[in-house]
Design a binder for this molecule. Sequence first.
Ligand code: DC
Length: 223
Amino acid sequence: MRKQIAIDGPAGAGKSTVARAVAQKLGYVYIDTGAMYRAMALYFLRKGIDTQDCAAIEAVCDGADITISHEDGEQQVFLNGENVSKSIRTQEVSQAASVVSAVPKVRERMLVLQRRLAQTKDVVMDGRDIGTCVLPDAPCKIFLTARVSERARRRFEEYAAKGEAADLATIEREIAERDERDRTRKISPLRQAQDAVCVDTSDMTIAQVIERVLAIAGGSAWK
Ligand code: DC
């Protein structure tokens, strides 16, 4: 059986930074499933489709071909052959991804793609429903979380580092909205799997979280 580490949690808990580092350390492939939902959202936004219009989304969904590849260990996401890895990192796409990820057909397509990726390689996969739905048999499941105010502060710093203007209060409100939507949607809502270990990263450094996750992975069934 393939080695699988499932990392779930709300936006800004540190999932992608930690998952990338853990994958690198263990020689696994890092798969950022949020980026796949973001690419899908970008497709609808570019088509001018109302992201709240479930029927319209389901009607054009099949026209989006989403693939991923890795360059120097970094995941690259392609939408119909175009590398959209940078264009998906905007606040508009973040919100749209959270909305369209509640559409059943969108989730079905992503699920097939994500499971296929995990069959061929040892993976660290991060998202919202990896431990509960995509890889329910993963021997190592982690739920990363942190206080909303701390998660907003981290996102604010990320935008500042990129030289992008951002407002802390707006970020915090948007993160809270996104959490609520991700937690309350009908299919595959964000929740901790029963057999996942919860790590609250609010008062931890990234290095401490990576160490903790490696320790949890080290105690998993495949060792
Ligand atoms: O992790 P992220 O912020 O890049 O994810 C963007 C959105 O995609 C998030 O608000 C919810 C959705 N998502 C999901 O529903 N299931 C996943 N496995 C990953 C992301």
